[in-house]
Structure formats: structure tokens, C-alpha cells
Design a protein around this ligand. Structure first.
Ligand code: M6R
Length: 366
């Protein structure tokens, strides 16, 4: 049942090229210059007339929501707010019938997310679900939606759900950008064809596994870790830290790299591993200077870089390469090494990777 892998988590990490393909199969028709998504097509006016999009979710799905905020605002120019479902539902939020609420949930059963949906519906918002489990409570409770089609995710630590959620949300943003006339045919075509290359680029990213095992062995006894990223890769830093915490029980924090000097920099010494996402596109030079700041305080730097990078290689203790892609698609690649890293560290520490202590796969009570 684990397909020859030691754990479901590893199997699910390796399933991502296929899972992403399954997510866009029948939807992304690059040769026709078309994205087909019934849930959007049938409700296009709702999206185009929305004052804003509110995204609600928990945990890893919330991180996918944060990536989506960058994608929707950058590509489709629609204002987005991302909320923890648990906070949103209890803070007397301002919701109107001009709002579109997107709920993201792998299981479709998360209690707080479900309650947030009900609240938004009562206030007249249009509610769209991005779920993995077909026929789940959230899928049934929403006005429309799009499934991720990632296949069953058994490991408690979410992996393929995250990358397929980002894939669905990217398709949505691209479709809306096109409908709003923001994208020229050629730019649209560039995005669609690049999206089609992502499964093979994820495959390529997985090839760093042996190197990542070696790096994991160096840092497996750490007590604290910092994860830094900027722009599209800031949520990836949060997700990397969550993955490490939940399965290896090492304390980890994710931060926007520039926030480091507002506090966390005080933590940096020779015992602090800092995982930095430093891909070529998007604030590269600024991340490089953040890396220099870490280095001058003797922090250990493990950098996720674009293939062929020279500059960061000079500074970092370890570099892990991912293929080049469009900036907005980088999270689909940069997240892969961080998943593998947390997996190997947890295995080396003898942790129960698929069923970490105190955690349930779906949180059906608040
Ligand atoms: O099923 P959901 O996507 O609604 O679940 C949300 C979170 O409970 C979930 O992502 C959790 O944070 C995972 N354990 C993260 O790996």
C-alpha cells in the first residue's frame, strides 16, 4: 500500500509530479490557449464583480492560501485577504454579498473552515471550495468549487495536497487574469506552457534527495531552525517550518526574510541552521544580502537556489538546486526540498513520520 516506500509521506512527496498533472488534466489546454474549469466558468461574473477575495483555511492549506494571495493579486489584480478560519469566524468579520470566499481544505472536514463557510454564506458571500476529498462536508457546503484530484493523502503531514492546491489556485488566477483582459495572448500562453513543465521540474527537484539526506544528517540534532523567504516564497518558508515542527519535533520558525532584522536575528549563532529560499527571480539580491547578514553572525546557511546559481553557492554552507521557472510558479518547486528535509530529519530522529504525536489528519473539532 505504500508502493515500496517506507512511509506514506515519502510516497506522497514522490507522487507530486503525477498529482500536479492530475490536477490540471482536462483543465489546462495549453495548445488551445484555454483553461477549462466549470466552477469558474459558471460563476465568472461573481469573481469579476467581487470587491475582494477572502481566503480561509488552516495549517498547510492556509499556507497555500498565502501563496494564492500573491498569485491572485499579482496576476489577476484582485485584492485578497487570507485568514485563519478559526480567527475569521470569531472576530465578527465584515462580509458582504460583494465578497467571494475561497475555502481551502485537503480533507474538506476541518471544523473551523466549515464554520467560516457557513458564516460567509449567511452574510451573502459567494463561497468557493478547493478540496481534495470528493463529497466532503466542505465540498458539499460551498456554492461551487474545484477539486485538487491529488488522490488520497494518508500522511498527517500534508505534502501533495499543498502543491496541488497551489496548482488549482494558479489555474483560477490565470483564468481570471485572462477574463479581465490583463494578459495578452502571448503572456497567457507563456504561463500555460510553463505550468505544463512543472511536473517534470518537480521530478528534477526530487533528484536532490540523496544530497538532502546528507544535509539532514548534519542538522538532525538541532533544537531550533529558521526558515526565510520573500515574496512568493515567504509562505513556502512558513510551510517548511511547519513540516519540520510537526514530524521531527524540532522548533522551527518561518519568517519573511526582511523581518529577520526586526527580532529573529538575535537568535542567530553557530548553532542555528537557517534555511533560505534564494531562487533567481523575485528579490534575489535582497535575499543574498540577508544571507550575508546571517553569515556574518555565524549562522549555518542551507539555501534553495536556482540551477546554476553561483552567488549564493559562495556564501552558503549547503545549496540545493531547483530548476528555473516563472516567479509565481517557484513555490511548486522550492517546497519539494523542504518536504524531503523534514522527512529525513524526522526519520533519523526515530519519529513516527506518518502519525506524529498529538496530531490528527483532519481536525474535525475546534
Ligand atoms: O484538511 P485541511 O486542509 O483542512 O487541514 C488543515 C490542517 O489541519 C492541515 O493542513 C495540517 O496543518 C497538516 N498537518 C499540515 O501538514
Amino acid at each position: 500500500e505504500k508502493g515500496g516506500y517506507d512511509h506514506f509521506m515519502l510516497k506522497e512527496i514522490y507522487e507530486q509530479p503525477r498529482a500536479i498533472k492530475d490536477t490540471y488534466r482536462g483543465r489546462l489546454l495549453a495548445d488551445q490557449g484555454l483553461i477549462r474549469m466549470a466552477g469558474i466558468d459558471l460563476n465568472m461574473e461573481k469573481f469579476l464583480n467581487a470587491n475582494r477575495i477572502i481566503i480561509v483555511a488552516c495549517g498547510t492549506s492556509w499556507h497555500a492560501g498565502l501563496v494564492a494571495e500573491y498569485i491572485f493579486e499579482d496576476l489577476a489584480r484582485i485584492p485578497v485577504e487570507v485568514e485563519y478560519a478559526s480567527e475569521f469566524r470569531y472576530r465578527n468579520p465584515v462580509i458582504t454579498d460583494k465578497d467571494v470566499l475561497i475555502a481551502i481544505s485537503q480533507s474538506g472536514e476541518t471544523a473551523d473552515t466549515l464554520a467560516a463557510i457557513k458564516l460567509a454564506k449567511e452574510k451573502g458571500a459567494f463561497v468557493f471550495g478547493v478540496c481534495n476529498v470528493v463529497g466532503s462536508s466542505i465540498a458539499r457546503e460551498t456554492n461551487a468549487g474545484a477539486y485538487t484530484h491529488a488522490g488520497p493523502e494518508i500522511g498527517v503531514a500534508s505534502t501533495k495536497a499543498f502543491t496541488t492546491q497551489i496548482t488549482v489556485l494558479t489555474l483560477m488566477a490565470l483564468k481570471l487574469a485572462k477574463a479581465k483582459g490583463i494578459f495578452s495572448e502571448s503572456k497567457y500562453h507563456e504561463y500555460l506552457t510553463e505550468l505544463e513543465t512543472i511536473p517534470s521540474k518537480v521530478e528534477k527537484s526530487l533528484e536532490s534527495n540523496t544530497l538532502i539526506e546528507i544535509i539532514s544528517d548534519v542538522y538532525k540534532d538541532s533544537t531550533n531552525c529558521l526558515y526565510l523567504g520573500r515574496g512568493y516564497n515567504f509562505p513556502v518558508a512558513l510551510e517548511g517550518a511547519l513540516k519540520l515542527k510537526e514530524i521531527s519535533y524540532i522548533h522551527a520558525e518561518g519568517y519573511p526574510a526582511a523581518e529577520m532584522k526586526h527580532g529573529p536575528i538575535a537568535l542567530i549563532d553557530e548553532h542555528m541552521p537557517v534555511f533560505v529560499i534564494a531562487t533567481k527571480k523575485g528579490h534575489y539580491e535582497k535575499v543574498v544580502s540577508n544571507i550575508q547578514e546571517i553569515k556574518s553572525r555565524k549562522g549555518k546557511i542551507i539555501a534553495i537556489v536556482t540551477e546554476g546559481d553561483e552567488q549564493v553557492k559562495e556564501l552558503a554552507d549547503h545549496v540545493i538546486e531547483v530548476p528555473e521557472t516563472l516567479e509565481s510558479l517557484t513555490p511548486l518547486l522550492t517546497t519539494i526540498p523542504l518536504q524531503l528535509l523534514s522527512y529525513h530529519i524526522a526519520v533519523m530522529r526515530g519519529c513516527n513520520v506518518d502519525q506524529p504525536r498529538n496530531l490528527a489528519k483532519s481536525v474535525t473539532v475546534e
